[in-house]
Design a binder for this molecule. Structure first.
Ligand code: F0G
Length: 484
């Protein structure tokens, strides 16, 4: 099929228009585009990894939108097929060729990421390994690594399988030379990572015929325990520091039907009381001193490795009661022992300056921080955290409340991800270390965003620089408020 002369003026990167013959030569022989029936330009792009292709397809989509074009973009495994259809009924036009050339110009931005992990959001990691393609929850997905529990006792809300999102915006904004990924644990059923441990702890409690569970909490454990207990038909008692837990966590605990007891004291005192009650009464503790909690939480490390196809170089976490850093290290260590990964990451833990017992090396009697989730002065899993730090060659250090809130805003505004302040501590810490040139360029760094920002609307409203503008319901006033 010959091109129609009047419609064909391909130009590439300022190269002058070509003749029809040159255009065909360029398209087919050089650029590799196939011309079908004079109406369609088709080219297939191959990638070393599926996710690279996805990233490329997304960029092509953005570019096409800018050009006012609507090519068909088909994503296959490690291959993307682009079909540019003519705008006109009687043949391809200049804009079609220009788009083809611009797409070609994009490809050098997608060098092979082989060995560098996934390149974009990885939603519901591991889904493809489930026979029916449905995420089955962490117990069913990672059963072989978890304590044996009979199927009929499994209590699940299909937790886990959370997104691992590449933080391009933060990388750009902060001039990072490494690949930063965010493991968005706020996407769990009750809005925090606690659900991973809770499914295992509550299932185990059910298997042991427990009727009631109890925990001390800065809020997230309480909400998670309340939800899973409700599902299991058990009574939940949650002991929280009065006036010091975020609104959404209290609301969750109450609506799931837990008996909430607020003490005029802090988390550490609440945990002491819980231990004392459990020693005397038939109620199962579901804090992370319950080993099943740690077992469940380690699955997040498995998901990170499954999504990246390898372990990251560094893994950063906020540290409060220290169960989570202990759990991740166990997860990475078990995957390493099972030869699923070739090495384990360096573990980085971050505590708030006013609540940093692990950094100081002694308990803090009166912990203080805006990040109420990690306002803890005497972590129960102290030894686990120290082991994770030392065995991985990592560190546990502090970030200030100001640094936490700065990162909290940046994550929301650069990435569109709303996490709670404690979660932002990990990103604040990574940004601080990056400024000190701590990371080798090209490293893969994963930060766990432990809980959803909607848990703590008060801090969000307090921190945002903008006030809503109030107007009457009148078009002119709204336009004025928009600055139009
Ligand atoms: N981030 C969030 C959002 C948390 O809720 C917690 C702990 C942490 C980080 C720290 O994890 O304790 O395993 O070191 N929250 C517990 C609770 C204490 O009661 O909800 P950790």
């Amino acid at each position: 099929m010959q091109l129609k002369e009047k419609h064909c003026v391909p130009c590439r990167g300022g190269v002058p228009p070509m003749s029809i013959e040159e255009a065909q030569e360029y398209l087919k022989e050089i650029a590799g585009w196939e011309l079908l029936e004079g109406k369609k330009l088709v080219k297939e792009f191959k990638f070393a990894q599926y996710l690279e292709g996805v990233a490329f397809a997304r960029r092509v989509g953005e570019l096409a939108e800018l050009e006012g074009h609507h090519p068909n973009i088909h994503i296959f495994y490690k291959k993307v097929r682009i079909e540019i259809w003519t705008h006109k009924v009687d043949g391809l036009t200049e804009s079609d060729f220009i788009l083809a050339a611009k797409i070609d110009d994009l490809t050098p931005q997608y060098p092979s990421l082989e060995g560098k992990g996934a390149d974009c959001a990885v939603r519901r990691a591991g889904t493809m390994e489930s026979p029916d393609g449905v995420w089955p929850g962490v117990y069913a997905r990672y059963r072989e690594y978890l304590p044996t529990i009979a199927d009929e006792h499994i209590v699940t809300l299909l937790e886990g399988g959370t997104p691992l999102v590449r933080a391009y915006g933060l990388e750009r904004q902060c001039g990072l030379s490494c690949a930063l990924y965010l493991k968005c644990e706020g996407a769990n059923p009750t809005g925090s990572f606690k659900d991973r441990g809770m499914t295992v702890a509550i299932s185990q409690a059910k298997q042991a015929s427990a009727r009631a569970v109890i925990c001390a909490s800065t809020g997230n454990t309480a909400a998670s325990a309340a939800a899973y207990a409700a599902r299991a038909g058990m009574k939940a008692f949650v002991i929280v520091p009065e006036g010091q837990i975020a609104l959404g966590k209290l609301a969750g605990s109450m609506i799931y039907g837990a008996q909430v007891i607020q003490i005029q004291g802090n988390f550490d005192q609440a945990l002491q009381i819980v231990r004392a009650i459990a020693a005397e009464y038939p109620v199962t503790v579901v804090n992370s001193i319950n080993p099943h909690r740690i077992e469940g939480q380690k699955t997040a490390a498995f998901e990170v490795c499954d999504a990246l196809g390898q372990a990251p170089d560094y893994h950063a976490l906020p540290v409060g009661n220290a169960g989570n850093i202990t759990a991740y290290w166990r997860g990475y260590s078990e995957y390493f022992a099972a030869k699923k990964i070739a090495k384990r990451p360096v573990m980085l833990g971050f505590q708030a300056e006013g609540a940093a017992p692990l950094v100081l090396g002694h308990p803090v009697e009166n912990p203080k921080t805006v990040a109420t989730a990690i306002k803890i002065g005497n972590p129960a899993s102290w030894q686990g955290a120290v082991r994770a730090r030392d065995e991985s060659g990592g560190l546990i250090t502090t970030v200030s409340d100001a640094e936490i809130l700065e990162a909290y805003k940046l994550i929301a505004q650069c990435e569109g991800i709303f996490c709670e302040p404690a979660s932002a501590a990990a990103v604040a810490g990574v940004l601080k270390l990056a400024r000190q040139d701590y990371f080798n360029p090209g490293s893969i760094v994963v930060c766990t965003l432990t809980g959803h920002g909607l848990k703590d609307p008060d801090t969000a409203l307090m921190t945002t620089p903008m006030e809503p503008i109030s107007t009457r319901a009148v078009l002119q006033e709204v336009l004025q408020a928009m600055g139009l």
